[in-house]
Design a protein around this ligand. Structure first.
Ligand SMILES: [Zn+2]
Length: 86
């Protein structure tokens, strides 16, 4: 009996959907972090495309750290940011 090839087209390709990153279980959230002081308080600079700035240490640049959080970690992150969780 001939073995079928292991690779088959994943469902998301058939459906035309983008794949979710499955590094962690469940929902994950991507957040940006300051590479200098590790603060989550970074945001895009208005008027400067692709430039990020940290409100804590005034770091400014195009490459903030990226971190993937699961739901629990993300709640903590929102907590830290002082944003309300609906
Ligand atoms: Zn900073």
């Amino acid at each position: 009996m001939a073995k079928k090839p292991k690779i088959k087209t994943p469902d998301w390709i058939l459906k035309g959907e983008k794949p979710e990153k499955t590094k962690k279980k469940g929902k994950t959230f991507k957040v940006r972090k300051c590479p200098k002081c590790n603060s989550y308080d970074v945001s895009v600079v208005i008027g400067e495309v692709g430039v990020w700035q940290c409100k804590e240490c005034k770091w400014k640049g195009r490459t903030p750290k990226e971190e993937e959080l699961d739901e629990e970690e993300f709640m903590k992150y929102l907590d830290e940011k002082g944003e309300e969780v609906a």
